[in-house]
Design a protein around this ligand. Structure first.
Ligand code: DNO
Length: 346
């Protein structure tokens, strides 16, 4: 395992110089944020980002993410051109020696919460989700009422997309995912890039949209679609862990044992009801993710890939990007490394 940290590029309020001072963090997880979804990533821009990271004594370990255009997920005829562009971006990564690509296949919405700053008893704030609150959100005038997505879609665009997805059930989405993987994975393999799909967060359908990467069985189905070491997963404990049916250590052992666990996102969630949870401090006892057992499974399968502390709470008066402040993620990085060291020595 090597410890990494997500950095949102030069506009991130957290400077690389601060990340470098978190003991043991050797790698950066980042992306280009100014390229339109679907366009090819200019290699020169990616190279400049990598140089900034190098100058701070760390390496560019993971691209998270190259977003997948909705036309690919919908299986529209334009997908072939978009897939060529996707593959070109993957090749640019490979040429620059960035070995892992985290991506997702969630229709329209990436990770979704109903509160970005739920006050906790200790005065910190955390991201939370309640399915009942989600069902009250009205999308008819766009994404304005959805926390974290307020500016994402105007009413017309969103309604058109939601209508298009009426034709796409879970099986069709799997077919479109297979089409994507059949084209991209061989190119990734040639480029020396390991693809790591991120599970759906939360791991169930929202707004009537299909969501398919929700369990260990889904991970196995994905891996079986295209048999290549470049076709793997991001093991996100918080996403999968919101569903109590997911046995995280078993999933880590199964997928890790097959050599397809390419990236680990570690965070804790406290389940507070049916499809209801809030994010919690990283250590096992603060939530429902058995972090000790998860890391023990990763140690056992000999995981050598990148790991990052995932979302943190906002603590010590920090203001910043929801889930991505410096302090609580830095605490997470230290806890995870301490746990790892103890388990490895044992
Ligand atoms: C949230 C992240 C996700 C992730 C994408 C990967 O904090 O884990 O947004 O980056 O789903 O494509």
């Amino acid at each position: 395992m090597h410890m990494t940290f997500r950095w949102f590029g030069p506009d991130d309020p957290i400077p690389l110089a601060n990340i470098r001072q978190i003991p043991g963090v050797t790698g950066i997880v980042s992306a280009l944020y100014d390229v339109a979804i679907g366009d090819e990533w200019p290699k020169s821009k990616l190279e400049r980002l990598g140089e900034m990271i190098d100058r701070h004594g760390m390496r560019f370990s993971v691209v998270e993410s190259i977003a997948v255009h909705e036309d690919i997920k919908l299986g529209r005829p334009t997908r072939d051109r978009l897939l060529d562009q996707y593959c070109a971006s993957v090749h640019a990564m490979g040429e620059l020696g960035i070995p892992v690509l985290c991506y997702n296949f969630m229709p329209i919405f990436d990770w979704t919460r109903t509160d970005l700053a739920e006050v906790q008893p200790d005065g910190s704030t955390a991201l939370s989700y309640d399915d009942r609150a989600l069902s009250r959100i009205d999308l008819s005038h766009g994404t304005g009422d959805l926390p974290g997505w307020s500016a994402a879609y105007d009413a017309t665009t969103l309604q058109a997309l939601l209508a298009a997805y009426k034709e796409i059930d879970a099986e069709r989405l799997w077919e479109n995912l297979a089409y994507f993987l059949e084209r991209v994975v061989p190119e990734a393999e040639r480029a020396g890039v390991r693809m790591a799909i991120h599970p759906d967060d939360p791991p169930w359908s929202i707004f009537g949209l299909p969501r398919i990467i929700t369990s260990g069985a889904a991970f196995e189905r994905l891996i079986d679609l295209v048999d290549s070491p470049s076709n793997g997963v991001t093991f996100c404990t918080g996403s999968l862990g919101a569903d109590p049916n997911n046995d995280l250590p078993t999933i880590a052992r199964t997928i890790g044992g097959r050599g397809r666990l390419h990236f680990a996102h570690c965070r804790n969630v406290a389940i507070t009801g049916e499809r209801r949870f809030h994010e919690a401090p990283h250590p096992s006892r603060f939530g429902d993710v058995p972090m000790r057992d998860v890391l023990a499974a990763l140690v056992d399968v000999g995981f050598t890939g990148p790991m990052r502390p995932d979302h943190g709470r906002m603590i010590w008066g920090e203001h910043g990007r929801a889930g991505y402040g410096l302090h609580d993620r830095a605490l997470g990085a230290m806890y995870l490394q301490g746990l790892w060291e103890g388990l490895e020595r044992a």
